[in-house]
Ligand binder design. Structure first.
Ligand SMILES: [Zn+2]
Length: 364
């Protein structure tokens, strides 16, 4: 555990006043930096795995990992990043940097700011009007030194960056005032370190009845970055509307595109989960929903997914789980079945409106 100076000061103050705060209060204060709650919006968090809007793994780092990364820091960087320090104005090496590129977190290499949002503020610290992704910079109220300010920290490692003020230029009106010591600049064309790379994702497609429910079930699975409701497996000549699909004339199934991080969840895990969130033996229906659009289907991407899905269905048919009922899941290649995203009001339907589909979770 790295003790931050503000926390130490607060602890000493309470001790002197005879108001000993329990250790748990300290723990909850620091863990709030990684609670996933920011500006009242819940960032996508699934069992400790967390992804940013733009597709980076921003899962909180362990204290041991932070200690390991901190071994490379200079004393000045350590003071700023780990102990909420501030470098003297006009002394940082990036104040006047006007090259094109990206500014990474000095501690964990997460991309934080882009050069096209940097402006000359005259304050003596590098200034930006917005981060590259709102999930990459966390904000906290800071009441130290008798002022009320908004501290900014790295959205992944929690390292101190500086403060944000509402006197910046258009289009945001914000000024993210950052210590040079908290940043590493990588010029366009130069190689980015591993910590600055997006997650290498894979995509899978599943149709299992009402897509609102299937989308929601997959979206909540740890390792899934994105789930999108759509139509697949029908007439590929044009994008269908929901109304056309409901008429049964286009042949599409309500399908879900699942973007996942294979480092956290495998395709086999997705197959197993798929057979828990729908009944693959119901043919052209799923519970009360009846019609070809509600059929069970897997649209496999590439030979490996196709072979895995085929073997999975065969094993499921043999293992007695579905007794004597025949698995009706259609297995097709995604390359031959275009996925058309459904209308916007179908997306994140459960999250916005609450669950209304027939979505039992079946035993393994
Ligand atoms: Zn960081």
């Amino acid at each position: 555990m790295i003790l931050r100076t503000v926390d130490v000061k607060r602890f000493v103050l309470y001790f002197v006043l005879g108001l000993m705060i329990p250790i748990s209060a300290y723990a909850s204060a620091t863990s709030a930096r990684h609670s996933g709650v920011k500006d009242g919006v819940m960032t996508k968090t699934t069992h400790g795995v967390r992804y940013s809007e733009s597709g980076y793994d921003i899962s909180p780092l362990t204290d041991a990992r932070i200690e390991e990364l901190a071994e490379d820091l200079t004393d000045e960087e350590r003071k700023v990043i780990l102990n909420d320090g501030t470098e003297p104005a006009f002394c940082g090496n990036l104040v006047d940097n006007k090259k094109d590129g990206v500014y990474l977190c000095r501690l964990c290499d997460l991309p934080l700011f882009a050069s096209d949002t940097k402006f000359t503020s005259g304050t003596g610290w590098p200034s930006f009007f917005q981060p590259v992704d709102k999930d990459h910079v966390d904000e906290f109220e800071d009441t130290s030194y008798g002022m009320v300010r908004t501290e900014i920290t790295c959205g992944r490692c929690g390292g101190h960056l500086g403060h944000v003020f509402n006197d910046g230029p258009k289009p945001t009106g914000m000024r993210f005032c950052v210590n040079s010591a908290s940043l590493v600049f990588v010029e366009d064309g130069d190689e980015l370190p591993a910590g600055a790379q997006k997650v290498e994702t894979e995509t899978a497609y599943f149709a299992g009845g009402c897509f609102w429910g299937i989308e929601d079930r997959f979206a909540k699975l740890p390792g899934v970055l994105d789930a999108v409701s759509g139509f697949q497996g029908g007439d590929d000549s044009k994008s269908p509307s929901y109304k056309e699909v409901c008429s049964g004339t286009t042949g599409h199934a309500e399908s879900v595109r699942v973007v996942f991080d294979p480092n956290h969840v495998s395709y086999d895990d997705l197959l197993a989960w798929f057979f828990r969130i729908h009944d693959p033996t119901q043919g052209n229906r799923q519970g009360p929903d009846i019609g070809t659009q509600y059929r069970s289907a897997i649209f496999a991407v590439g030979d490996d997914q196709f072979a895995d899905a085929k073997a999975f269905i065969e094993a499921q048919q043999k293992n007695g789980r579905w007794s004597k009922r025949t698995i009706t899941t259609e297995l097709r290649r995604a390359e031959d079945a275009t996925f058309y995203p459904a209308e916007e009001y179908h997306q994140d339907y459960y999250a916005k409106n609450g669950g209304t589909c027939y979505t039992p979770i079946y035993e393994d």
